[in-house]
Design a protein around this ligand. Structure first.
Ligand SMILES: NC(=O)c1ccc[n+]([C@@H]2O[C@H](COP(=O)([O-])OP(=O)(O)OC[C@H]3O[C@@H](n4cnc5c(N)ncnc54)[C@H](O)[C@@H]3O)[C@@H](O)[C@H]2O)c1
Length: 315
């Protein structure tokens, strides 16, 4: 297959590149903007660079998108502005990356290659605060920050292009991925940040009591899920939650990290005001619909995922 991975220098994208390379016979092209504001470099791809075709460029570049989508059998879109705080301090940048970029991509696919399968990596945070004990795809959307709002908007683009133009689109809503090549900065996913603090033997600061539940998923399971989704025609045209059954409190996740890495310590602090305002509180999500439709479940427990992450860092 000709596989195009957008945002392939990022955390999920570079793990997906490695997943695709495990099977023989694929041609893999990666496009990533490497925007300094998103703290992405090609370091994540260093040892696989000679096995892929890497292009530095943006989804917002229509000419580039026209060119790269034309011969792709599968397009995985892992490209996004992924910082919730940055989406608030620079909302227009978020619109450019998370709305305009997706529209450019879809227009190019519509014009140049309608048979390609296009998989969009969405986010569970588009729902805002959970109103039900267990959340599924019937839950409404009341996002609390610009990133989450724009991820939800882009999902609609994918559905519209499927309905209107028969594009084979699929949106998978991920949540709280962790593992190798994660960004260890506070503005990106909290689990990778906690891992970075633990492995460098620093304090892990938890806001409030840390009792709020989160689904967690090891990034290799997410990459597997994306890769396997291509084989299931029945899932295209849909939006699914793509989360692990496992969920733990933020405090428990931090404790597991400290246990597995054997370094770092937990400290509880008061909520910063902005963080409290965009906090989604307790949320437990079910991905039962996706697992039923794909006959697929993530494999790694939190402990196993953390142990594998530690092994990669030790190497
Ligand atoms: N990591 C998670 O826990 C998580 C949770 C929910 C959803 N997601 C979604 O998964 C996808 C990947 O997230 P991630 O954690 O790997 O983020 P990341 O920030 O590590 O990677 C995103 C990559 O996209 C690139 N990019 C951004 N805008 C671009 C553009 N316009 N053109 C080309 N490249 C661009 C960035 O340079 C970066 O390398 C995103 O769509 C994100 O919304 C991730």
């Amino acid at each position: 297959m000709n596989i195009l991975i957008l945002g392939g220098a990022g955390f999920l994208g570079c793990n997906l590149v490695r997943r695709c390379l495990k099977d023989e016979g694929h041609t893999i092209r990666v496009v990533d903007a490497l925007d300094p504001r998103l703290k992405s470099t090609t370091d994540n791809l260093a040892e696989v660079m000679d096995r892929i075709d890497f292009i530095q460029g943006s989804l917002c570049d229509r000419a580039l998108m026209d060119k790269v989508v034309a011969d792709a059998d599968v397009i995985f879109n892992c490209a996004a502005q992924t910082s919730h705080p940055l989406s608030l301090s620079d909302p227009f940048f978020d619109v450019e990356m998370n709305c305009v970029g997706n529209l450019c991509l879809l227009e190019s696919v519509k014009e140049k290659n309608r048979t390609a399968k296009v998989i969009y990596t969405s986010s569970s945070t588009i729902i805002g605060k959970a109103l039900n004990e267990v959340v599924d795809e019937t839950h409404g959307e009341a996002p609390l920050d610009i990133y989450s709002a724009n991820k939800g908007v882009a999902e609609k683009y994918y559905r519209i292009y499927h309905t209107l133009y028969d594009l084979k689109t699929l949106s998978l809503r991920f949540a709280n991925l962790y593992g190798p090549y994660g960004k260890g900065y506070p503005e990106f996913g909290f689990i990778n940040y906690f891992i970075e603090l633990a492995r460098t033997d620093q304090d892990i600061t938890i806001y409030g009591d840390g009792r709020q539940n989160r689904n967690v998923m090891y990034v290799e399971d997410a990459a597997d899920l994306l890769y396997e989704s291509v084989k299931h025609d029945n899932v295209f045209g849909n939006v699914y939650f793509a989360v692990h059954r496992e969920h733990y409190s933020v405090k428990k996740i931090a404790e597991e990290i400290v246990n597995v890495f054997g370094t770092g310590r937990i400290r509880q602090v008061e909520w910063p005001d902005v963080r409290k305002r965009i906090e989604i509180d307790d949320v437990v999500i079910s991905a039962a619909r996706l697992f039923y439709d794909m006959q697929f479940e993530p494999k790694h427990t939190l402990r196993e995922g953390l142990q594998k992450t530690k092994e990669v860092y030790n190497q």
